[in-house]
Design a protein around this ligand. Structure first.
Ligand code: SD4
Length: 338
C-alpha cells in the first residue's frame, strides 16, 4: 500500500466515524416570553463486528435491538448466524477442527455492568454464544470449560450434534496428509466474530465466538473466551475485541489494554494501533511472526470507532442509524509480503 493511501486510511480510522452522543439544542419559550436554550444528548446505537460475516450478524442484532429485545439477546441472535453457517470455517458449525479432527469452540459475552459469561473448549454444541450467555445469567461463574461446559449446556436444554461438516473434514484430511502441526491464522482462516454494541441507552456490551485456530492441538484455547484478551469493555470508557492469533493477544492482554489506553484519552484508532505495535514488538523475533495476524476493533463512549491490524486484509462491519450496515477496511501496519 502506498504511503499516501495508508495515511488517508489511517486518518479515516482516527476519525472513527459516527458519534453516539450528539448534542441537540432545544429552544423553549415560556408563558412570560422568556426563551431558554437547553442541550440534550442524543444516543445513537452502533454495532461493529469483525470480518464480512459481521454484516448478517449486525443485521440481526440491529433488528433485535429495534424490536426492544435485551442487548445480550440481540448479540446472541446476531452471533448465532455465523455460528450456524457451514461456509464460515472459523466459527461454530462447519468450523475447522483441531489436529485430531474435533471441532472445539470458544465464546464469551459481556454486558455494561461487567457481567461476563464464557465457554471454552466446548464440543458438540452449535451455539457456544448461547451457552456463554447462560453462564452469565444462570451461574455464579464467569467461565465453564470442556466437559463441564457441555454438561451445563445439556442441563440448559441444548442438544449435542456433530459440527464437523463434510467440507471441513475433507480439508482436515488434506492437511493430515502433510501432518505438520502449524497453527494457521492467515487470509483463509481469520473468521472469529467479535461484536461490540452501543445500545439505545448508550450502554456497551460485546461478544466473541470462534472455532479458533485450524488444526490446533486438542485442548487449545485461544483469546476469544478470555475476558481481557479477546473481549473487554468498561462501560465508563469503551469496548474492544480481537481477532487473529489468540496466543499473541493473550500474551499482551490485548483488548483490556486497548480499553485502558482509551481510558487515558486515546482515540479508539490510536489505542488499537498502539497495542498492535506492542504485539509486533514483542513478536518480531518470535516463531509466530511468520504467520502472525492480529486485529482489534474498538469503540468509545462517544461512539467513535476504529479497527487496526498488524497485517493487511482486516475489515469490520459497522451498523449505525445514518448509513446502515457496511464494511470498513481497517488500516494496518504492514502487508503480508513483508
Ligand atoms: C483464536 N482469535 O482462537 C482466535 C482465532 C481468530 O481470526 O480470531 N481468528 O486464536
Amino acid at each position: 500500500m502506498k504511503r499516501r493511501s495508508f495515511i488517508e486510511k489511517a486518518t479515516l480510522g482516527t476519525i472513527g466515524i459516527g458519534a453516539v452522543l450528539s448534542c441537540k439544542k432545544n429552544t423553549e419559550t415560556n408563558e412570560n416570553g422568556i426563551t431558554s436554550n437547553t442541550s440534550t444528548s442524543e444516543i445513537k446505537p452502533l454495532i461493529i463486528s469483525t470480518w464480512n460475516h459481521g454484516l448478517p450478524a449486525n443485521e440481526e442484532t440491529w433488528k433485535q435491538l429495534k424490536q426492544g429485545n435485551t442487548t445480550l439477546d440481540a448479540i446472541e441472535a446476531g452471533m448465532k448466524i455465523p455460528e450456524a453457517d457451514p461456509k464460515v470455517r472459523s466459527v461454530g458449525y462447519g468450523g475447522y477442527p483441531d489436529k485430531e479432527g474435533k471441532v472445539t469452540l470458544d465464546a464469551c459475552i459481556m454486558d455494561h455492568e461487567s457481567n461476563c459469561g464464557s465457554v471454552s473448549f466446548l464440543q458438540g454444541i452449535k451455539h457456544p454464544i448461547s451457552i456463554a450467555k447462560r453462564v452469565l445469567q444462570n451461574t455464579p461463574h464467569v467461565m465453564l470449560s470442556g466437559q463441564g461446559a457441555l454438561q451445563f449446556a445439556l442441563s440448559q436444554g441444548f442438544t449435542e450434534e456433530n459440527l464437523l461438516t463434510q467440507e471441513a473434514e475433507k480439508d482436515w484430511k488434506k492437511w493430515l496428509r502433510k501432518s505438520k502441526y502449524q497453527p494457521v491464522i492467515n487470509m483463509e482462516n481469520h473468521d472469529t466474530i467479535s461484536m461490540l454494541v452501543i445500545d439505545k441507552d448508550g450502554n456497551l456490551s460485546g461478544g466473541c465466538t470462534t472455532s479458533g485456530a485450524a488444526w490446533k492441538m486438542h485442548g487449545r484455547v485461544g483469546d476469544s473466551p478470555i475476558i481481557g484478551a479477546g473481549l473487554f469493555l468498561d462501560n465508563e470508557v469503551g469496548a474492544a475485541a480481537a481477532t487473529g492469533l489468540g496466543e499473541a493477544v493473550i500474551r499482551t492482554a490485548g483488548s483490556a489494554m486497548v480499553v485502558e489506553l482509551m481510558r487515558q484519552g486515546k482515540s479508539p484508532y490510536d489505542a488499537c494501533r498502539e497495542i498492535v505495535e506492542r504485539i509486533y514488538n514483542k513478536h518480531k523475533n518470535h516463531r509466530d511472526m511468520k504467520h502472525l495476524q492480529v486485529g482489534f476493533i474498538a469503540v468509545n463512549k462517544k461512539g467513535e470507532h476504529a479497527g487496526y491490524s498488524l497485517r493487511s486484509g482486516f475489515n469490520y462491519a459497522v451498523y449505525d442509524e445514518e448509513i446502515g450496515n457496511r464494511m470498513e477496511d481497517a488500516p494496518f501496519k504492514m502487508s503480508w509480503k513483508k
